[in-house]
Ligand binder design. Structure first.
Ligand code: NG6
Ligand code: CA
Length: 514
């Protein structure tokens, strides 16, 4: 719970409770602009999965065109220095939703599909901030933050989950589309489950009689390149085993449309009240299985096709907002949980068909990497009539959503790593954060203004399965990003004092990780 420490903080807190009470007492949940002086735009966060800085044509005009992603930037702000907290999914999502550095929670690392919920249900979270300002909140799409407690029974009430951390409504994939269980969970229940065919999930041992990618390649339509050789569903073998729940299983080809239509329904239903939608895309994470309408559209194979599919879906959301007359009353933020990867475990020709397209947008590394492409991601915000179209150089992180939106809505917050950067997010200043700790599969680096320090880390410099540089090296690495965004010139030897100073600051931050 939030600890209310001093008198002015208490006053603020009571004010926000009052605003909340006024709001919830409004008849039929209608907006009540006369009682509320602060802005209460609807807030939509569109959060892509593994979409690179260079996968959005507003960032990198290349061979892949994403006109709908680009619309957000053209009609709003394109952040050139927007960062995910981490180079993988679970920790970045954790940071975006809690405002805390994920490395402070040992469980915030890539989770199996049967992991328990890793967000403490007593924590103040981004959706809870919205709720306390009277918002209706929803997460629709990828979750990957765990569900329930250990030994979850998928056939009963799934608890705790998104509903306990601040979402009034949830319609989610439990983890990723390459992990079992391959079902949707709506609020507390698996969608479409037949009680006579119970769903069971295990990550260590298979269930008797269930085919696997390893033993039954003849049953596959998409083949793994590494891992992903356990239970088969829809001709695609996954990570993890499952049995039963056949009626509840999703069709990968329809996933984008399913997540989109639930999102559009949520928007329509709540158009009269302020709402917060976390629209969590599964693209272009593996397995990349576009709807037939998008097959072949990119000329780059499934990875390009699912990016176009996601771009189209985002266009539908923008159109819906515009058609409902909500554009001036809706802040739309677009970002990605981590950087790009081509071969992430399936033979889907992502490498072979890439052509001249550069998902990393000239940044070094990619998903899983401590180099820039791991965490520097597309980040764009549109709020028609409120923010002027611009390109911003402000250093901002997804961790900062919580404090910044709390400021916008006048909601007091407790101690967080999140920094209040509302003016930067609204394009009123290009002054953002001064520094940021970045994380990639447990390793850390330290970004300070234009400099980034990567201390020595053990491990292989190349992650061989995906062919991406990890950032691990025996040497200190220091890069000046302002004139070396692709991190080619290690300046550690030239600036030993800077290395020392930055390492000291980083260690201080890492030690104070209460
Ligand atoms: C890795 C998977 C990868 C992807 C990743 C999580 C293998 C070999 N690789 O372990 O395919 O699922 O986890 O991605 O299994 S994330 O975007 O959700 O972090
Ligand atoms: Ca991801």
């Amino acid at each position: 719970m939030i600890e209310v420490k001093n008198t002015s903080f208490k006053m603020l807190f009571s004010m926000s409770v009052l605003i909340y009470m006024i709001c919830v007492s409004c008849q039929d949940g209608q907006r009540s602009s006369h009682e509320i002086s602060i802005d209460q735009p609807n807030i939509i966060i569109i959060y892509a999965d593994d979409l690179g800085y260079g996968d959005v044509s507003a960032y990198e005009q290349g061979t892949l065109n994403t006109p709908n992603f680009d619309r957000i930037a053209k009609e709003g702000i394109l952040f050139k220095r927007g960062y995910a907290s981490s180079a993988t999914c679970t920790p970045s999502r954790y940071a975006s939703l809690t405002g805390q550095y994920p490395w402070k929670n040992k469980r915030a690392r890539i989770l199996p599909g049967n992991a328990p919920l890793i967000i403490d249900t007593t924590m103040q979270t981004l959706p809870k901030i919205m709720q306390s300002a009277g918002y209706k909140t929803a997460v629709i799409g990828k979750w990957h933050l765990g569900l329930g407690h250990r030994e979850l029974d998928w056939n009963g009430k799934i608890d705790p989950g998104p509903n306990q951390v601040g979402f009034d409504y949830s319609y989610i994939l439990a983890s990723t589309n390459d992990r079992t269980p391959t079902v949707y969970v709506e609020n507390h229940r698996v969608v479409g489950l037949n009680a006579e065919d119970p769903l069971e999930v295990h990550y260590k041992k298979n269930f008797p009689g269930e085919p696997t990618g390893k033993e039954n390649p003849e049953k596959l339509k998409v083949f793994p390149s590494h891992g992903h050789d356990m239970s088969i569903h829809n001709g695609i073998s996954r990570i993890g085993f499952q049995t039963g729940g056949v009626d509840a299983r999703y069709i990968d080809e329809d996933m984008s449309d399913t997540i989109l239509s639930r999102s559009l329904e949520f928007i329509e239903k709540h158009q009269q009240v302020p709402f917060f939608l976390f629209y969590s895309l599964h693209q272009p994470h593996v397995p990349r299985v576009p709807h037939p309408r998008f097959v072949g559209q990119s000329g780059m194979g499934p990875r390009g096709d699912v990016i176009l599919e996601a771009d189209w879906a985002v266009g539908q959301v923008l159109d819906k907002i515009d058609q409902l007359g909500l554009a001036e009353n809706t802040l739309i933020l677009f970002s990605s949980d981590n950087g790009p990867v081509l071969n992430d475990g399936y033979q889907d020709q992502a490498v072979e068909k890439i052509g001249n397209h550069t998902p990393h947008g000239g940044l070094r590394g990619g998903k899983y990497s401590l180099y820039e492409a791991g965490t520097r991601v597309p980040l764009m915000i549109r709020w028609t009539g409120k923010i002027n179209p611009m390109i911003s150089e402000a250093l901002v992180s997804q961790i900062d959503f919580s404090a910044s939106f709390a400021k916008l809505l006048g909601v007091p917050i407790g101690q967080m790593d999140s920094q209040e950067l509302l003016d930067a997010f609204l394009g009123k200043t290009e002054r953002g954060r001064d520094s940021l700790v970045l994380e990639a599969i447990g390793r850390k680096s330290y970004l300070k203004r234009d400099w980034v320090l990567i201390p020595p880390h053990s491990g292989n410099p190349i992650i061989s399965t995906v062919g991406i540089e990890s950032g691990a090296s025996n040497e200190y690495q220091l890069y000046r990003l302002i004139d070396d965004r692709s991190q080619q010139n290690n300046l550690a030897e030239e600036f030993p004092q800077k290395v020392m100073q930055m390492e000291k600051e980083l260690n201080h931050l890492l030690e104070n990780d209460d």
